[in-house]
Write a protein that binds this ligand. Structure first.
Ligand code: MN3
Length: 202
């Protein structure tokens, strides 16, 4: 069974004005589709065929750059689309809200640290909020299409929120103003979805 891009739960223009329609069309329809196609080509006929993407990434041979880049690209974008919603924004309440306050002091302090990780990732990459067993939260960033599921990446736990800071994710609308894109992302974060991932993975 080949990997397939999950359907988006909103229209390409639904995240406007925070994320523009044209960027969504190209990002989902070209970039993510490309990673998915190349991942399938890279695992076809190997012992990775038929395994889940999580299993492949957690047991990754990092010298296998086709699987590292395209498997990462497939998983990372799946998560990215999931944690955004036209009804998003605000801040999390309940268990996740409390865990964020415990780990970072306040939601605003969390936001500042996450934005710093995203803005400070040199070149292409991702910023993450991860949960460790027991519920402890961690913010980190990774280059290219790496992610915290991969072994020895210097960033652990299970990612429950991810922000794509490749230029293809924001350049059409924001050009070089990555911090403005990061700020806008907070208007569309689907905290209910992130909270449900937190509850499942902690
Ligand atoms: Mn991308």
């Amino acid at each position: 069974m080949a990997f397939e891009q999950p359907k988006l739960k909103y229209a390409f223009d639904a995240l406007e004005p925070n994320i523009d329609k044209e960027t969504m069309e190209i990002h989902y329809g070209k970039h993510h589709a490309g990673y998915t196609k190349k991942l399938n080509a890279a695992v076809e006929g190997t012992d990775l065929e038929g395994k889940t993407i999580e299993n492949i990434l957690m047991n990754l041979d990092k010298s296998n750059s086709a699987v590292r880049n395209n498997g990462g690209g497939f998983f990372n974008h799946n998560l990215f689309w999931e944690v955004m919603s036209p009804d998003g924004g605000g801040k999390p309440s309940g268990e996740l809200g409390k865990a964020i306050e415990d780990a970072f002091g306040s939601f605003d302090a969390f936001k500042e640290e996450f934005a710093k990780a995203a803005a400070g990732q040199f070149g292409s990459g991702w910023a993450w909020l991860c949960v460790h067993e027991g519920g402890k939260l961690e913010i980190c960033s990774t280059p290219n299409q790496d992610n915290p599921l991969m072994p020895g990446i210097g960033c652990g736990g299970t990612p429950i929120l991810g922000l794509d800071v490749w230029e293809h994710a924001y350049y059409l609308k924001y050009q070089n103003k990555r911090p403005e894109y990061i700020d806008s992302f907070f208007n569309v974060i689907d905290w209910e979805e992130v909270a449900s991932k937190y509850a499942k993975e902690k």
